[in-house]
Design a protein around this ligand. Sequence first.
Ligand code: APR
Ligand code: PHB
Length: 389
Amino acid sequence: MKTNVAIIGGGPSGLLLSQLLHTRGIESIVLERKTKDYVLGRIRAGVLEQGMVSLMEEAGCADRLHAECFVHDGTFVAYGDEMFRIDFKEHTGTPVIVYGQTEVTRDLYEAREKADGQIEFNVEDVVIHNADSDAPYVTYTVDGQERRIDCDFVAGCDGFHGVSRKTIPADKLREYEKVYPFGWLGILSETPPINHELIYSNSERGFALASMRNENLCRYYIQCSLSDTEEDWSDEAFWEEFKKRIPADQAEKLITGPSIEKSIAPLRSFVTEPMRWGRLFLCGDAAHIVPPTGAKGLNTAASDVHYLYNGLRDYYENGSSKGIDSYSEKALARVWKAERFSWWFSSLMHRYPDQTEFDLKMQVAELEYLRSNEAAQRAMAENYVGLPY
Ligand code: APR
Ligand code: PHB
């Protein structure tokens, strides 16, 4: 087979890139190692920056998003029984959009299918060849059958555990990593939200987050030990612990119910430089991971897609490689700012096993500064709603 762009990975970044390229008549083939249902079965975050929403609009798949999303003009930060609000609208004029990543991925699959987009599922043995030449190609197998795609470019949108990043010679890559000494235990419950906006809570028992998907579907998280397993946490134990980690007046309002999904995710900050090697471009989790505290995972994948899509447009429409040549630099500049914000917010809101009394005093002083200082609130609001592309 022959195409313009071979895209490895049928997650949100691969599908968004494929759909955007399609709107400009640029062909692509998406290779996904799992089934569509498996990809849609993964529960992920759900806060979208305006940049991500604009890309979904440009891709022609934002109707359901606008019809079903929540528009949040702010968020709440709690510590102990104190709680204060960060007003995004007042500080930046921009809200965030609460709409599940699973729904984003579902809308993108629908759009690709409507456009007869080419997606191969259950692919195995994906190998990227000659990425450092003008004639890259990708080989893979489906049902034991060997296949080959000749292409102009390869987009590595295959996540942290994919093959794309591993295709780049180790001496050409620089990796930066920070692993946090705790995880997040998250549940999904068919219960009404505790509050009209998210609550991020730093309590003496650890972090907690109250988030939502719709009027009767909520997502709650607590910081947990990395040695914990889902089996260690019954729903009762989760709700008991969650109530102890949010202000008492909020705990009184909490409506609990059986969890319909429960999972533990480790927290990691990770960045790969560069994000391009020859005709191979890394996007999203294939190149960088953020701890979920700042809700920057999907949104930073989106800005990668924005830079790559516009670089490829420039190449196919104007014959210029300026955009693709500056892709890695532009994408990384925004990635590092998202990494910094996610690390800062994670450091502020979690309790560390080796935290000293002094460290705790620093957290409280930073929270107090954030509660009482306009400039600090504006800085947080600007980063949370998303820095410009
Ligand atoms: N061949 C084909 N597909 C692969 C391979 C491979 N060798 N390895 C992985 N994949 C697929 C995975 O099955 C997955 O569906 O690539 C896809 C990568 O999708 P994501 O991990 O969702 O990554 P991305 O699209 O970059 O989205 C980033 O996802 O994890 C969240 O917080 C993260 O929100 C961010 C978003
Ligand atoms: C979520 O809704 O799952 C969510 C929201 C905000 C975060 C992380 C996760 O920071």
